[in-house]
Design a binder for this molecule. Structure first.
Ligand code: G3I
Length: 336
């Protein structure tokens, strides 16, 4: 569709982006991306398993084509992610003799030196061409009494993995926005733990610039009020906020399955996008980018999570045509 407004020409308060999880940048998805968006997040290509599959052997074959495309088309780039508990090779948490680290002083020293080496190499490879990095991803677990996710990172190094990651990222990337990114920050218990962690670490001088809200939501959850509370919570911390992985599932429970997306769900989805984008634009002084976790419904992680079923969470359908959700963002008078 060449006759419809570009998302980026309508939403001008902050960069709007999409994640590209595979090689689809090389086909017509690339055109759709650069027509509508002015930011991109490599959805998998910058993760540890892609960039350092074996120790100190760095591999940019997945990410480089995407970064080259983004630069050639003037897209801002969000780096995702230096530290996560998923998509991290087993060797990272093993001693030189192949046994599992348990959290001895030597284990912690080795793990933090691997982390330092990883960020220096991956961050250094792209330098200032990546303006924002998710330095750590999903470190909060509100089911723990202290809110800290019991990942291998935490079990071996305590919170020092977070301190080290931000300090090294700042050394390597003095001008990048450095983010702590998490999901379900619409939930009060979770965002309170995140807030307390960021407040504590910033109080120690750890260079956290940004809180990332993933915003994996659905047609009936969360409310605008929940999401407004989420944004307001972090304003006093003096960090910028970014919406980093937004999508709106048509499903409201893991037991539903639709062969094709029902019209009423697509309508609810359009209203959800309308209401959330109106909120983000209202808080434009606090929000420095909004990214969707994918471009079109032909490629979404929700097709396999939480169960295998076809979902339709994005602005464009499986044939890359604009959905009602697109109109929710661009011109709500045209929804339906
Ligand atoms: O590349 C291989 C391919 O060679 C193989 O044939 C195929 C068979 O399963 O797998 C392919 O790898 C998959 C990869 O995506 C690329 O498509 C992995 O199995 C699959 O696990 C991986 O899923 C990614 C997921 O993170 C992993 O945890 C999703 O694409 C990606 O969208 C998702 O992104 C995360 C964010 O990083 C953090 N927040 C949540 C978000 C959604 O889960």
């Amino acid at each position: 569709q060449t006759d419809i407004p570009n998302v980026k020409s309508v939403v001008t308060e902050f960069p709007v982006g999409a994640a590209i999880t595979g090689a689809e940048i090389l086909n017509e998805h690339g055109q759709l991306l650069s027509k509508h968006f002015n930011s991109v997040t490599p959805g998998n290509a910058l993760k540890w398993d892609a960039t350092e599959p074996t120790e100190n052997t760095f591999n940019y074959t997945q990410a480089d084509p995407l970064i080259t495309y983004a630069k050639a088309n003037g897209l801002a780039i969000r780096g995702h992610t230096f530290v996560w508990h998923n998509q991290t090779p087993a060797w990272v948490f093993q001693r030189a003799d192949g046994t599992a680290m348990t959290g001895t002083a030597d284990d912690k020293t080795l793990l933090l030196s691997r982390l330092t080496n990883h960020i220096r190499n991956v961050g250094g490879h792209y330098g200032s061409s990546i303006g924002t990095w998710d330095v750590v991803n999903e470190v909060i677990d509100e089911s723990q009494s202290d809110g800290n996710r019991r990942s291998s990172w935490y079990n071996i190094a305590g919170l020092d993995y977070i301190r080290t990651a931000f300090k090294v990222a700042r050394e390597v990337l003095p001008n990048a926005k450095l983010c702590i990114n998490d999901y379900n920050t619409n939930v009060a218990a979770k965002r309170d733990f995140l807030y307390n962690l960021v407040a504590t670490l910033k109080g120690e001088g750890i260079p956290i610039d940004c809180v990332g809200h993933q915003m994996h939501i659905n047609v009936s959850w969360p409310t605008v009020a929940d999401t407004e509370a989420m944004i307001q919570k972090f304003v006093p911390l003096g960090v910028t906020q970014q919406i980093t992985e937004m999508d709106v599932s048509i499903y409201t429970s893991s037991s539903e399955t639709f062969p094709t997306p029902p019209a009423d769900r697509l309508l609810s989805q359009a209203y959800k996008y309308r209401d959330m984008f109106a909120l983000f634009r209202k808080y434009a002084s606090a929000i420095s980018s909004v990214t969707l976790w994918g471009l079109a419904d032909d490629n979404t992680w929700l097709d396999t999570y939480p169960v295998s079923r076809k979902d339709a969470p994005l602005l464009f359908d499986t044939t890359l045509q604009a959905k009602s959700a697109y109109w929710g963002v661009v011109d709500p008078t045209k929804i339906g």
